[in-house]
Write a protein that binds this ligand. Structure first.
Ligand code: AGP
Length: 372
C-alpha cells in the first residue's frame, strides 16, 4: 500500500531515501567516545582473531560487490591476505581452508542458499565464520560462529540499496576492529577513518539532495540499449554494482569494467554516443589512479562515448571531458563507494520507471534466492 511505501511510489525509492538513517543505525553503539570499536556481538575471542592468517569473503550479487570493497579495507587495515569469492563458485573448487581462516559471509536476507552452502563448507573445514546480515535470526547468522547485523531495517524492493550501504559500513567496522584487535596500524589513520565513518551518513544525505539532474539524465537515455560503467580500485566494484542495478531494473545490457582493463579489450566496444559512466578516484592521496582514470575518460570520449562522470567536488581535471558531471562529496578513498553508489541506484531506478518496468519486482528475480 501507499502507506507502507511512506509516500513514495516504490519501495526502492523509499529505501534509497532511508540510506542515511540505515548507515547511522548500523554505526550506532559500535564506536565509543574515544574512537575505538566495540563489536561485542563478534563472539570470536580476540585470541582467535589474532591467529587468523587468511580471510575469505563469500557472497552473491550486490553483497558480493560489498565483499570486493571489503577486501581493500581489510587488507589495508589488517595486512591479512583477503580473498573474495562468489559463494556459488566457492566450495566447488576445493578451497584451502583451516582453523586459521576467517570466512565472512555477507547476506541481506540471511537465506541465500549459495552463501549458506559456502559457509557450511567452510565450517566443515574448521574455519570460523562471521556473518554480516540484515535479517535477525535468519539461517546464515544462525549457522555462523558470530554475526554483525546491519541495521538497514526491512528491505522490500528486490534491488538491494540500503542493505548494500550498511554492508559496506559493517565491512569497514570489521576491518577496523580486526586492525584494533591485532594492533596492526592502529593509530592515527584508523582514528581518522572512524571519525570519517561517523560523518558518512551526512555525506549520503548530501548526495541524495542533488539527484534531480541524474533522474533527468536517466530519462533521456531510456531508449538506449547499452550502458557501460568504469571504475578503478574501490570504484571498480561500484561500477559492477551500477551495471547490476541497470540489468535488474532497466533490463538493459550493462557492463562494469576495471578502467585499467579498457585497453585490453573493452575499448573496442566504444562507439558514437554510447553512454559510459565513470567513477573517478579522488584526486587526493592516490592521485596517480585519478590521473589514469581521467586519461581513460579522454580516450573514450575521443572515440565518441557520451561520458557520465562521477567525481569528487573540487575535482576540476574532469570538467573538460565530462558530457555529464555528477558531483559527490569529498571522502577518504576507501569510503568513496558509500557516496558514489547512490547516484547509480537513482539512475537505474529512474531508467526502469522511464522504460515502464516494475521497479520493486523486476521480471525473473526473487528477493532472496533460496535454491542453489
Ligand atoms: C541485488 O540488487 C540483488 N537482487 C541480488 O544480487 C542480491 O544482492 C543477492 O541475491 C544476494 O542476496 P542476499 O544479500 O540476501 O544474500
Amino acid at each position: 500500500s501507499a502507506a507502507e511505501k511512506g509516500g513514495y511510489d516504490y519501495f526502492m525509492l523509499k529505501e534509497i531515501a532511508e540510506q542515511p538513517k540505515a548507515v547511522a543505525d548500523t554505526l550506532l553503539g559500535r564506536i565509543d567516545g574515544s574512537g575505538s570499536l566495540t563489536l561485542d556481538e563478534v563472539r570470536i575471542p580476540p585470541g582467535v582473531l589474532r591467529e587468523i592468517d587468511k580471510i575469505v569473503v563469500v557472497a552473491c550479487g550486490t553483497a558480493f560487490h560489498a565483499g570486493m570493497i571489503a577486501k581493500y579495507a581489510i587488507e589495508h587495515f589488517t595486512r591479512i591476505p583477503c580473498e573474495v569469492e562468489l559463494a556459488s563458485e566457492f566450495r566447488y573448487r576445493d578451497p584451502i581452508l583451516d582453523a586459521q581462516t576467517l570466512v565472512i559471509a555477507i547476506s541481506q536476507s540471511g537465506e541465500t542458499m549459495d552463501t549458506l552452502m559456502a559457509l557450511r563448507h567452510a565450517r566443515e573445514q574448521g574455519s570460523r565464520v562471521l556473518a554480516i546480515c540484515n535479517t535477525n535470526g535468519s539461517t546464515i547468522p544462525r549457522e555462523s560462529d558470530a554475526v554483525l547485523y546491519t541495521h538497514a531495517g526491512p528491505e522490500v524492493a528486490v534491488a538491494s540499496t540500503k542493505a548494500f550501504l550498511t554492508q559496506l559500513v559493517a565491512c569497514y567496522l570489521v576491518a577496523l576492529y580486526l586492525g584494533q584487535v591485532r594492533g596492526t596500524k592502529w593509530g592515527d589513520e584508523i582514528e581518522a577513518v572512524v571519525r570519517d565513518l561517523s560523518s558518512i551518513a551526512g555525506a549520503v544525505e548530501q548526495v541524495l539532495g542533488t539527484m534531480e539532474p541524474v533522474r533527468e539524465l536517466a530519462r533521456s537515455l531510456a531508449a538506449k540499449n547499452t550502458v557501460l560503467f568504469l571504475g578503478r580500485h574501490v570504484g571498480y566494484p561500484v561500477a559492477l554494482e551500477g551495471a547490476l542495478k541497470l540489468k535488474e531494473l532497466a533490463y538493459m545490457h550493462a557492463e562494469g569494467f576495471a578502467a585499467g582493463e579498457l585497453k585490453h579489450g573493452p575499448i573496442a566496444l566504444i562507439e558514437e554516443d554510447l553512454p559510459v559512466v565513470v567513477v573517478v578516484p579522488s584526486p587526493r592521496g592516490r592521485s596517480v589512479l585519478h590521473d589514469k582514470v581521467v586519461s581513460n575518460i579522454q580516450e573514450i570520449r575521443a572515440r565518441g562515448a557520451r561520458t557520465i562522470v562521477i567525481a569528487e567536488e573540487g575535482d576540476e581535471a574532469v570538467v573538460p571531458y565530462a558530457d555529464h558531471l555528477i558531483r559527490i562529496p569529498v571522502t577518504p578513498t576507501l569510503l568513496q563507494p558509500m557516496v558514489a553508489t547512490v547516484p547509480l541506484q537513482v539512475f537505474a531506478c529512474e531508467l526502469a520507471t522511464a522504460r515502464g518496468n516494475e521497479v520493486d519486482q523486476p521480471r525473473n528475480l526473487a528477493k532472496s534466492v533460496t535454491v542453489e
